[in-house]
Design a protein around this ligand. Sequence first.
Ligand SMILES: [Zn+2]
Length: 88
Amino acid sequence: MKKTTSKPNLIPKMYCNLFGHDYQVTKRVTYHVKEYACRHCKKELTTNSNGNLIELTPKFREINAILERIHASRMQRLKEKTFASSIY
Ligand SMILES: [Zn+2]
């Protein structure tokens, strides 16, 4: 029996199987945590607390959003502190 015609959206995955994923940083959450996406199949990864790359699940996306907010406010405070100390 003949198989159904090829699906074009399978090609990027085949490419990744052959050559490996081509991850690019899509978001810098903190200094240590980043989000990555594969250029070909759009698979997403993130760094977990141990520094390992894991799949970016909705749960981790949520955690990263919280981390990003904490990181941003910490940076903001640091900036204000530096600014204040440069006056005195
Ligand atoms: Zn890929």
